[in-house]
Design a protein around this ligand. Structure first.
Ligand code: NAP
Length: 244
């Protein structure tokens, strides 16, 4: 049986690019989505063009019962989970003075608790298999902070602490846990920014451009590969040199 990659929030943006990259590398794909829509159908058919299986599994990562069900259904349908990518994430940007408690809590619930929920329900299968790769998507904002993103930064910094702790806990079982911290990447998440703001950001980046979802997916594919078998507990910035 082929290797299986489970990617959360994979119908669009960085998650979709990761799913397609893994499919090109021959992995069967477990694709998490929230609602059935045209984007889901499109992503599924693009994945299947690579001759691999694609099992779409619905669920909200912030709901523990959904995550338990998703892990079970993936094992039943695809047989294993060799690589987990915790990609699903949201922003609710606001200066702290105006940020509502529910906006703080919701971002933590999806980004950080969601990463816990999915990992906690998947890891027993990796422990049993005595192998696995877990890659958690953080952000440069989790490393350096950003005005207007206290909730998001806290969630992404939390993911880094979670990654390093878990890496220490499960290394003896040959389960490698790393984090990728993207900079400014062209997706729906950053499409809300005005063109002038995007231009200003691009100018401040040493490589003078925003990143693409493929820039991030390529590094994740590397961390999942045999070439990265001596790397665990790390945070890899994929940011065109924003943070050095
Ligand atoms: P995006 O285009 O907004 O896509 C986010 C994905 O997450 C969507 O598929 C969305 O599903 C899913 N999602 C949101 N809440 C979910 C939930 N509760 N349960 C399951 N899925 C959920 O964002 P992106 O730019 O691709 O970002 C992907 C990851 O990279 C996020 O963790 C983000 O924080 C991180 N990141 C992005 C950037 C950037 O510049 N774009 C930079 C650093 C880090 P729906 O389609 O159902 O909404």
């Amino acid at each position: 049986m082929g290797k299986v990659a489970f990617i959360t929030g994979a119908t669009r943006g960085i998650g979709k690019a990761i799913a397609l990259r893994f499919a090109k590398d021959g992995y069967d794909i477990a694709l998490n989505y929230r609602k059935e829509n045209e984007e889901l159908n499109q992503t599924k058919s693009e994945i299947k063009k690579n001759g691999v299986k694609c099992f779409a599994v619905s669920g909200d990562v912030s709901a523990y019962e959904d995550c338990e069900r998703m892990a079970k259904e993936i094992i039943e349908n695809l047989g294993s989970i060799d690589c987990l990518v915790n990609n699903a994430g949201i922003t609710k940007d606001m200066l702290l003075m105006r940020m509502k408690e529910e906006d703080f809590r919701q971002v933590i619930d999806v980004n950080l608790v969601g990463t816990f929920n999915v990992t906690k329900t998947v890891i027993p299968f990796m422990m049993k298999a005595r192998q696995g790769r877990i890659i958690n998507i953080s952000s440069v904002v989790g490393v350096a902070g950003n005005a207007g993103q206290a909730n998001y930064a806290a969630s992404k910094a939390g993911i880094i602490g979670f990654t390093k702790s878990l890496a220490k806990e499960v290394a003896s079982r040959n389960i490698l846990v790393n984090s990728v911290a993207p900079g400014f990447i062209q997706t729906d998440m950053t499409a809300v920014l005005k063109d002038e703001v995007k231009d200003e950001i691009a100018k401040s980046i040493p490589l003078k451009r925003m990143g693409t979802a493929d820039d991030v997916a390529n590094v994740i594919a590397f961390l999942a590969s045999d070439a990265a078998s001596y790397i665990t507990g790390q945070v890899i910035n994929v940011d065109g040199g924003m943070l050095m």
